[in-house]
Design a protein around this ligand. Structure first.
Ligand SMILES: Nc1ncnc2c1ncn2[C@@H]1O[C@H](COP(=O)(O)OP(=O)(O)OP(=O)(O)O)[C@@H](O)[C@H]1O
Ligand SMILES: [Mg+2]
Length: 491
């Protein structure tokens, strides 16, 4: 509002100066006109008197002249007198004049002076009697200046009232217009600038109209949009960078773990074979005591278990590259379910495979995808300690890959759902990391899902999970349909 106030003040002062200057010059002209009229009036009378009086005095004597003056003075604005120079101050015709005026009159020229000031001031004209040498008698004509001064006072009062009214109207109009046209839009612009400064780029400002302020508002809106776009791009770029760094770290970890695992597995393989061999010998030796043979069988069993873990480690570390061939996933699923059937039955789990309607062929390495299905089904079985159903479904769907923006494509989706414990939300981000397990020591190595993810990604697909604690988990594997991938090849 400060800007509006300044504008209002400037406009009002401008208007006031114009009004006062105009009125001042009008009053001055009025007064000059009135003065001129009075001066002319008095001067004319003075001249007429100087002629008439000198004739009357000469022809009829001074009494007749006095009588004429008395008659003329009745009811007239202009008062006339007969005065004289060079008479004693006590004489009734004596007149008080400055030496310059007296000098002028002696030259035969009229003299005009103002007697008194303020109220009661009079304009007086002196004229020597015509034809008198040296000059002695003078005709005096005078008129009061009171009407002029009264007029002047009235005009000044009028000007004051007029200026006051104009001032009030101008202030009112300027305040209303100043606030509407300048104050309000500028306040809105300032608020918008504060919002942008504070990081809120969502608001837009509509001022309406086509003036400079609305243009400024439009420019601010465009600026907000550009800033918001730049900010979004920056955020997207930095989150993409973060993701890339995270993936790199993950890949690095996997590679390190792989090297470590293959080294350890290699070193442990031979001694374990020796332990297992000696155990088998003792277990099969007829001369050994029965308890020793039983202990040796346990040694062989546990050595076999250790060998299985080592094999898994080696699988993880030196998994062969996938040999992709076009094929049907249905047969892989069926084979795996048959293979795990007896284990599931032991744990009270029923594996249900939904009849597949439209199973598009995919390019795959059958052995590796069998490993994927087996790992997922095993996890599902292990998640239901009290038994329950595992539902497997296969179907063609349209899907959008999470990592590239190439849009929708035809896919084959394999879902494996259980009604088990579910996965805690804090564990969900970690389940695909190698060696992440919530299972007891000896129960799980935490490599299953990590291997699955590696295989699926090598097939050009991805894996997703939905899980609710206490309700169950659903793992979905997406593989690109053959039509989109062209002929067979080795990945
Ligand atoms: N169906 C599921 N239900 C509940 N939790 C699961 C399920 N599948 C995986 N998980 C969780 O994810 C973790 C990692 O699974 P992953 O298969 O990689 O390893 P694991 O099963 O623990 O061990 P491994 O498979 O190597 O024997 C599991 O320990 C478990 O906590
Ligand atoms: Mg597992």
């Amino acid at each position: 509002m400060r800007l509006a106030r300044k504008l209002v003040l400037a406009v009002v002062i401008g208007i006031l100066l114009v009004v006062v200057a105009y009125d001042y010059s009008a009053v001055r002209n009025d007064i000059r006109d009135a003065e001129t009229r009075i001066a002319d009036d008095v001067a004319t009378r003075g001249y007429g008197l100087s002629v008439t009086l000198s004739q009357v005095v000469r022809d009829s004597g001074s009494e007749a002249a006095e009588a004429l003056i008395a008659r003329r003075n009745q009811g007239d604005r202009v008062t006339i007198r007969w005065v004289a120079l060079d008479v004693p101050p006590t004489d009734k015709r004596a007149v008080d004049l400055s030496p310059e005026s007296v000098n002028e009159l002696r030259q035969g020229r009229p003299v005009r002076i103002v007697r008194g000031s303020g109220r009661g001031a009079r304009l007086v004209v002196y004229r020597p009697f015509v034809g008198q040498k040296p000059v002695h008698d003078l005709a005096e004509a005078s008129e009061s200046l009171d009407p002029i001064q009264e007029h002047q006072r009235r005009r000044i009062a009028g000007v004051a009232v007029e200026s006051g009214v104009i001032l009030a109207l101008a202030i009112g109009a300027a305040l209303v217009l100043g606030y509407r046209l300048v104050g309000r839009p500028v306040q809105a612009l300032a608020a918008q600038a504060r919002r942008i400064g504070g990081g809120d780029l969502s608001q837009r400002l509509e001022l309406g109209g086509h003036d400079e302020l609305s243009e400024l508002a439009t420019e601010m809106n465009i600026m907000s949009e550009r800033l918001a776009g730049a900010r979004d791009r920056l955020q997207a770029e930095s989150s993409a960078k973060l993701k890339a760094v995270e993936q790199l770290r993950h890949a690095d970890r996997v590679a390190t773990v792989g090297r470590l695992a293959s080294g350890v597995a290699h070193e442990l393989g031979t001694p374990l074979n020796v332990v297992s061999g000696h155990g088998s010998m003792i277990a099969g030796a007829s001369e050994a005591r029965e308890e020793d043979r039983e202990s040796a069988r346990v040694i062989v069993e546990q050595a076999a278990r250790m060998a299985a873990i080592i094999r898994q480690l080696l699988d993880f570390a030196r998994r062969d590259r996938a040999r992709l061939e076009s094929g049907e996933l249905t047969s892989v699923v069926d084979r795996t379910v048959t293979m795990l059937g007896s284990l599931a039955a032991q744990r009270g789990v029923e594996i249900r495979v939904a009849p597949a309607a439209d199973v598009t062929p995919v390019r795959m390495d059958q052995a590796q995808l069998q490993q994927v299905v087996a790992n997922l089904v095993l996890n599902a079985i292990q998640a239901m300690p009290k038994g329950g159903p595992v539902d497997i479904e296969l179907g063609a769907v349209r899907c959008t890959p999470p990592k590239d923006a190439s849009g929708e494509r035809d896919c084959l989706r394999l879902t494996i759902a259980d009604q088990g414990t579910g996965i805690a939300p804090e564990d969900l981000p970690h389940i695909f990391e190698p060696f992440f397990t919530t299972k007891d020591v000896g129960e799980g190595t935490g490599l299953g899902l990590s291997v699955c993810q590696g295989i699926i990604e090598e097939h050009g697909g991805w894996i997703a999970v939905d899980s609710v604690v206490g309700t169950g988990s659903r793992f979905s594997v997406y593989l690109p349909a053959v039509a989109e991938r062209g002929g067979e090849s080795t990945a």
